[in-house]
Design a binder for this molecule. Structure first.
Ligand SMILES: [Ca+2]
Length: 200
């Protein structure tokens, strides 16, 4: 390759490496989560605590048991080697005590059903700080042929009705990936997931 082509080639590689899309979600609409696993109840908080805007996501453990997971963002159309970075703020005012929040994820390789779990993808072992709002983040690398990642807010609780609040989530995903927030299948939410599957 001559020098010009070498330069263009390197530039192309650099663009490929940095071609990412970043998006945010702040629970400012009427939607809560894409799904729940375990004993969790998701509602919207309209007064306090709210990190940004005028609403946040409230996640309550009831009845007590297990580790309830709120599905907050689904990243689809991934392939091996892709990276997905995500963060959200968790409100927790009980330092070194329950309840605490964590950012975690599982693979969901189904094309349309947000409730499918295709295996744990791990996450950040760190808990929310317990000093008010704290930012939790993690980055996942896609492997083993997975094509979808569902990011979870987890609550760790020791008392029924323990509650955490989530707000201002950010994801950074490769250019070709699809980001599904709780409000995204807006046109589809009037149908059941079985009907949507039939459409595809
Ligand atoms: Ca908000």
């Amino acid at each position: 390759m001559n020098r010009l082509f070498t330069a263009l080639f390197v530039l192309g590689l650099a663009q490929a490496a940095f071609a990412v899309q970043t998006d945010t979600y702040g629970w400012e609409e009427s939607f809560t989560v894409l799904g729940i696993s375990g004993n969790g109840v998701a509602t919207l908080e309209y007064t306090s605590p709210v990190h940004g805007g005028s609403q946040s996501l409230e996640f309550i453990e009831t009845p007590l048991g297990g580790t309830p997971q709120a599905y907050t963002c689904w990243v689809k159309d991934l392939s091996d080697g892709d990276t997905v970075a995500a963060s959200f703020y968790v409100y927790d005012d009980t330092p070194s005590a329950s309840p605490s929040g964590r950012i975690w994820a599982h693979w969901n390789d189904d094309p349309v059903d947000p409730t499918v779990n295709s295996g744990s993808a791990g996450g950040n072992d760190e808990y929310s700080a317990g000093t008010g709002w704290s930012l939790l983040s993690w980055e996942w690398t896609v492997s083993d042929g997975h094509v979808g990642l569902m990011i979870e807010a987890r609550i760790y609780s020791s008392t029924e009705f323990d509650t955490i609040w989530i707000d201002d989530m950010t994801v950074e995903v490769p250019d070709g990936a699809t980001i599904v927030w709780p409000n995204i299948p807006v046109a589809l939410q009037r149908q059941t997931w079985a009907e949507i599957k039939a459409t595809f």
